[in-house]
Design a protein around this ligand. Structure first.
Ligand SMILES: Nc1nc2c(ncn2[C@@H]2O[C@H](COP(=O)(O)OP(=O)(O)OP(=O)(O)O)[C@@H](O)[C@H]2O)c(=O)[nH]1
Length: 394
């Protein structure tokens, strides 16, 4: 028994040693275990939280929808029409644009009122009143008339109250601007024919712009309009006019050839207007200096040729208000050649010479029918006497 004890102890010791070495080997092997290969990813992909997770069981499952197909498939491309402008109605525009007129002409009204409010209204002051009116291009006769009348009224009434003086000045200005003139545009279709409007004037006064703006005024009144680009002299004029027309869906009759006969283009435009049963045909003509006899003859021919379709309803002379007395000379010559029926005074937003309205009406006996008060597309207003005078004296 004494011999067996050391043997048992040795066996136990060996067994413990074997178990220890095995456990150590097992632990080291686990530390080097390789991970399964990562799923392929897009370049630059960074793993996110839960990438390895399973799809949750309650995720919505994809279904297949049945979509009805059209019976026939057309190859025609869908053409999207460009949206057309909606021009502003012309009525009341002068009220909207009054600020422009007032800005350029208020010095006239303020100057006159300051003179009339002086302590003594002597001869020298009345002369200053007259000079102020002349500086605004109102013309000699109308200026004298205004001064004479005011002088008499101030003497008889014996009043110097500013509000009363302003009212008297307003009344005198309205009288010389002449509210009795017929300023309506003759743009009503008659019988089988559209109304025809010819737009004339010297270079750069704003004819093409005016035709474009006028087309918008007429479209706002639900009229069918045709434009005629009889300015065949300036290459870009027809493009410019067509752009105006395109914006409001109005067709433009033009020649493909620079320097084509303007009378032929004008004739074709009216012919197209008749065929299309339009209400109005607006014919733009080339700018021409009133002292170039050949060009003025050409204008006379344009009108005569157009009149083969019937009488022209309006001949609008476009005058640049900033050109003063030169404009008066233009007005006289144009009127002799084509019998002007109405005046369009443009660029009144940039001049203190609003008095030209009076002067030109007196010289021609023809009313100002429209005024241009800016470069915006709807900055053309029907001329309203009271609104015009109010903008000056307010
Ligand atoms: N400030 C201002 N500018 C205007 C007005 N009317 C026209 N214009 C400008 O005047 C310039 C000349 O206008 P157009 O319409 O090309 O003149 P046009 O008479 O047709 O010119 P031509 O064909 O060369 O004879 C343009 O820059 C217009 O924008 C207006 O009432 N006020």
């Amino acid at each position: 028994m004494e011999l067996l004890d050391p043997i048992i102890a040795l066996v136990v010791l060996l067994a413990v040693a074997v178990v220890g070495v095995g456990a150590a080997l097992l632990t080291r092997g686990r530390g080097r275990r390789t991970l399964p290969p990562a799923p392929p990813t897009a370049p630059g992909h960074l793993p996110g939280v839960g990438d390895d997770a399973e799809v949750p069981r309650d995720s919505p499952t994809r279904t297949v929808d049945v979509v009805e197909l059209p019976d026939t498939v057309t190859d025609e491309p869908v053409v999207l029409e460009p949206a057309l402008d909606r021009p502003e109605p012309a009525a009341g525009r002068l009220v909207r644009l009054r600020e422009r007129l007032a800005r350029s002409n208020s010095a006239l009204g303020k100057g006159l009122l300051a003179l009339l409010s002086r302590d003594t209204l002597d001869e020298g002051t009345w002369e200053e009143v007259e000079d102020t009116l002349l500086l605004a291009d109102i013309g000699v006769d109308p200026a004298t008339e205004i001064v004479d009348s005011l002088r008499e009224r101030v003497r008889v009434l014996g009043t110097r109250e500013p509000e009363r003086l302003r009212e008297m000045l307003r009344e005198e200005l309205i009288r010389v601007v002449d509210p009795g003139m017929d300023r309506s545009l003759k743009v009503e279709r008659h019988g089988e024919r559209p109304a025809v409007v010819l737009v004339v004037g010297v270079n750069g006064t704003g004819k093409t712009t005016t035709v474009g703006k006028l087309a918008r005024v007429l479209v706002a009144q639900d009229k069918d309009v045709v434009l005629g680009a009889a300015d065949t002299f300036r290459a870009a004029a027809a493009d410019q006019l067509q752009t105006w027309g395109d914006r409001v869906g109005v067709p433009t009759v033009r020649s493909d050839r620079d320097g084509a006969d303007p009378a032929a283009v004008a004739f074709d435009a009216v012919k197209t207007g008749i065929e299309m049963e339009a209400d109005v045909v607006l014919v733009d003509t080339a700018g021409r200096l009133q002292n170039k006899a050949g060009l003025m003859d050409e204008l006379g021919k344009v009108k005569r040729v157009v009149e083969k379709h019937g009488p022209v309803d309006e001949v609008l002379l476009v005058l640049d208000a900033t050109t003063g007395q030169n404009g008066m000379q233009q007005a006289r010559v144009f009127s002799e050649v084509v019998h002007v029926t109405g005046i369009v005074l443009t660029k009144l937003d940039g001049t203190a010479k609003g008095g030209i309205v009076v002067a030109v009406q007196r010289a021609l006996g023809v009313p100002v029918k429209l005024i241009g008060l800016g470069e915006g597309v709807d900055d053309l207003a029907p001329f309203e006497v009271e609104a015009f005078v109010d903008a000056i004296v307010s």
